[in-house]
Design a protein around this ligand. Structure first.
Ligand code: NAI
Length: 263
């Protein structure tokens, strides 16, 4: 793994699971880490800023507190969908995007944004028209209105949030706000990972879906499987990688693709 010495890396979702492991590993690799979460981490690494990215006010307040120069933003914070479509889309997509756009001017030339999407966003192509329409709603919108206008049901809100994130990653990689400053924008899509959110996925998606995904690849992932992938995309070793959605899932997406495409 390449060094992150001297880089300032902002990591949301720092209090738990994938975000907490990413904070720990980034510190070990020499980065100055700023962790962000709505909850306090049990073992804080680096600097910690408590913030709620589910509202425009929360994002604005956070952006104002951050230093003028950041090398990479890791958008890891997320909700499972259990609390419904409005909070889930607010955190997993509209808040994440608003934070990224607010911080773009603070990210140095050649820096990076890494979005933690999900295998759950696999349906972005099948649901392309809805995803485009929802991504086209600019700024930090009235999320209740967006949900109503697009008839997003609570039970589908998590996959929808990740479909939007995958699509926006492709778009942002080419937007002047990022590309014009040499900022790469990529996504990592884990399959099931053993963290507190996985228990909630079992409630939202059902045990059968989660167990069958795990069975396809032999085991669930761990935060330690995902953190190095996120940090690789932050590093200069990934300087020619832009606008990709990188599966970190033990082969789950390949297995589903083979089934869907019939080979
Ligand atoms: P987790 O539940 O352990 O961590 C999520 C973190 O996000 C928590 O610390 C939580 O407090 C924080 N958060 C939630 N709402 C927030 C808000 N309004 N403002 C600031 N922070 C907030 O879950 P995990 O697994 O670490 O999830 C990290 C990311 O990985 C999420 O985006 C999730 O969707 C994604 N993911 C997780 C998978 C899994 O099976 N664990 C699979 C695929 C993707």
């Amino acid at each position: 793994m390449t060094t992150l010495l001297g880089k300032t890396i902002l990591i949301t979702g720092a209090a738990s699971g994938i975000g907490a492991r990413t904070v720990e590993l980034a510190g070990q690799l020499g980065a100055d880490v700023i962790g962000v979460d709505i909850r306090l981490p049990a073992t804080p690494g680096g600097t910690f800023v408590k913030a709620d990215i589910s509202t425009k006010a929360g994002v604005d307040e956070l952006a104002a507190k951050l230093p003028v120069r950041i090398d990479a933003l890791c958008n890891v914070a997320g909700l499972s969908g259990k609390t419904g479509a409005i909070p889930t889309l607010s955190v997993n997509f509209y808040g994440l995007r608003a934070l990224s756009e607010a911080l773009a001017p603070k990210i140095r030339e050649g820096g990076a944004v890494v979005n933690v999407a999900s295998m759950a966003g696999f349906g972005w192509q099948a649901n392309l028209n809805r995803a485009i329409s929802m991504v086209n709603v600019e700024g930090f919108p009235d999320v209740a209105k967006v949900v109503a206008d697009h008839q997003v049901k609570n039970e589908e809100c998590y996959p929808v949030s990740k479909e939007l994130l995958v699509l926006w990653t492709f778009r942002a990689a080419h937007q002047a706000l990022f590309k014009g400053r040499g900022i790469r924008v990529n996504a990592v899509s884990p399959g099931p990972v053993e963290t507190p959110i996985l228990t909630q996925f079992r409630e939202v998606l059902g045990d059968q879906r989660v167990d069958s995904d795990i069975a396809r690849v032999g085991r669930a992932g761990t935060p330690a499987d995902i953190a190095p992938v996120i940090l690789f995309l932050c590093s200069d070793a990934a300087r020619w990688i832009n606008g990709v959605n990188l599966a970190a899932d033990g082969g789950l997406e390949a297995s589903v693709n083979a089934e869907v495409l019939g080979f």
